[in-house]
Design a protein around this ligand. Sequence first.
Ligand code: LMR
Length: 391
Amino acid sequence: MLDRLDQQPPDALLALIKLYAADTRDDKIDLGVGVYRTGQGDTPVFEAIKAAERKLVEEQDSKAYLGPEGDMGFVNALMPHVFGDNPTRGGRIEGMQTPGGTGAVRLALAMAAKAGVARVHMGTPSWPNHAQIIADLGLQMVAFPHATADGTADVDALLKAIADAGELDAVLLHGCCHNPTGIDYSNDQWDAIAAALANSPVLPIIDLAYQGLGNGMEEDAYGMRRVLDAVPEALVAYSCDKNFGLYRDRVGAFYVMARNPQELAVAMSNGASLARANWSMPPDHGAAAVRLVLRDAALTAKWQDELDTMRARMRQVRATLADAGMAGAVDLAPLGGQNGMFSVLPLTKEQILALREDHGIYMAGSGRINAAGLHMGNIEKFVAALAAVTG
Ligand code: LMR
């Protein structure tokens, strides 16, 4: 049997973690996988989460199963932060916990497929795992360009995709901090997107994996909330892996907005059975910690403060890069206006390899950099290396 399988390449992004760890150079720079780093290059556990974990150790009286929907206290506590005022839109939104944002994307696309969706429109480039999950579910991906040549979001391409889409189509959108480009739709563009979706049968699936890392928790939710206000049905994949720093604990949530509470209940029963068939139940620990943070005003304030610090540091890195202007042939100025962890630099495969081999600088093969890997102690080296390999 097994000799019928073809060898699969390792996930290129995750393979970088090992390559970087094996590099013995002291001044190596990791701009690969999307984890936050402090100005000292660390990825610490949030203090708010540490405090919640201590509480959890004290208070948790059982580790018995919760069910396929996971910790509903977590799912519900998150909702006002994600959806704002009227978080259930009149009993039309419910959620369930998932293993990370990936689990939520998987459930969203699997539910769409089960409901009859055949094609998923998606701006490219996108997070590589989006296309992989779409293909794994036997769905057809229809690509449109996410950004124009001048580095702004290509909203016309999205509006055309929506206008051309039919009954069995979905569109997968990044809510904020576009991965990999960092190029987000403006609020005006989101208004136009929401209006287009209101007049279209296409099902919006919104991946919100970086809320709070762009311009703030409220600001980063603008587009998703406008879409939800405009359409009858939508699916939202959410991740707490970045904004609570819980990466390896895999903390995500999948939310469904339906036309009415009856259809919502049916949809959620499908969510539960899909979860059961995929992973049975999500891991508990990280979600329980988030619940404890969000149910405690002091811990919530502490978390928000820590998130603000993260965002401010990434903004500072972006501003410093933008000020550097040209690094050889690469114009860094646009990075100042982009959001979140990621930006894509126009580099060839050879230049990316030279950065790794000659300078110890690790980035995705697409030219995507994680700005959080830079700090005042290594930016100069990075800009000089860019100039050296492209100049
Ligand atoms: C990334 O894009 O670096 C993150 O979302 C991590 C991942 O799972 O790929």
